[in-house]
Design a protein around this ligand. Structure first.
Ligand SMILES: CC(C)(COP(=O)(O)OP(=O)(O)OC[C@H]1O[C@@H](n2cnc3c(N)ncnc32)[C@H](O)[C@@H]1OP(=O)(O)O)[C@@H](O)C(=O)NCCC(=O)NCCS
Length: 269
């Protein structure tokens, strides 16, 4: 292997980019690190056909870890879609341990009538931009208080999503109790997927209302809303350790499609 050159870039307030190039300037790999809720989420894309994947990966991961350290430090979660022996070896080399698994789960749509019954009579309205952000942030941050990526969102995080081309308030369902937001199901259509796929992007029930059937009803409502927009395949991501949510999704007919793994470095642990 010839030498690997590393470029480092700060991309916005909480985002870092590391690129690895060969002597001729060809891109070998790129790492993105993004900070949310005090944790850095790192993803690395290796270019196809790269020789000596391990050396390239190791160099990029080392540079990314170094950069997060010099930009405030804190825990790092390196996410890998198809972690194999190389990823595991590189993680171990840099002191990262495999600690989290993210399930991608899917189910065909529409939902069967016996499952759909859970959402019957549920009062729903759709998200209003410019009006519902504060209430949504409050419920989201209470429900995901300990979540490394989904907790501690602010106005900036939601504004960024509202500006995305996929953002559609019609697929962002809210349920109020006594005039206060109690639960939501935010969906996202992936029209380029064949067949078109609809994601339950974020769903939560305010902790004050857990265990009353709202999570089940909101999930069903989200799936129905996706189906009404022409989608025949439902999908979501869920932390494998989130027992309540994983049980609910299996119960609603979702099956495991694939697993993403996070290798974790927690300097404080
Ligand atoms: C997951 C969540 C939406 C469930 O909402 P909920 O209103 O409490 O759930 P429900 O009362 O509708 O329960 C539906 C099913 O979930 C499962 N479930 C709920 N709480 C559970 C728990 N503590 N342990 C195990 N299973 C549980 C059960 O399968 C339950 O079905 P059952 O009542 O027939 O046993 C809620 O816990 C939540 O908002 N969590 C924080 C945010 C989150 O994790 N969102 C999902 C991310 S993918």
């Amino acid at each position: 292997m010839r030498s690997i050159d590393i470029e480092r870039r700060v991309d916005g307030e909480d985002a870092l980019v590391v690129c690895a190039r060969d002597d001729d300037g060809n891109l070998l790999a790129k790492a993105h690190a993004e900070r949310g809720n005090e944790t850095w989420s790192v993803r690395v894309d290796l270019e196809p056909g790269v020789h000596d994947r391990r050396a390239v990966l190791s160099t990029v991961v080392a540079a990314a870890l170094d950069m997060t350290e010099s930009h405030g430090g804190g825990p790092v979660h390196w996410w890998s879609d198809d972690a194999g022996a190389t990823e595991r070896a590189v993680a171990a080399e840099h002191g990262l341990r495999e600690e989290r698994q993210l399930f991608q789960m899917r189910r065909p749509l529409p939902v069967e009538p016996e499952l759909a019954a859970a959402a019957e009579g549920l009062a729903l309205r759709t998200f209003v931009v410019g009006q519902d952000e504060d209430a949504w942030l409050r419920v989201n941050n209470r429900a995901f208080a300990m979540h490394p990526e989904q907790g501690a969102w602010d106005e900036h995080d939601i504004a960024e999503r509202e500006a995305e081309p996929w953002f559609d308030p019609h697929g962002f369902l809210l349920h109020d109790i006594d005039g206060e937001l109690a639960a939501f199901c935010w969906t996202k259509v992936h029209p380029d997927h064949a067949p078109p796929m609809g994601e339950i992007f974020v769903i939560a029930v305010d902790p004050a209302f857990h265990g009353r059937g709202l999570g089940r009803a909101m999930t069903v409502a989200g799936l129905q809303s996706l189906h009404q927009r022409g989608v025949g395949l439902g999908m979501l991501y869920v932390d494998a350790a989130n027992v309540a949510a994983v049980s609910l999704y299996y119960d609603l007919g979702f099956t495991l499609h694939h697993v993403q793994r996070a290798f974790v470095l927690d300097p404080a642990a």
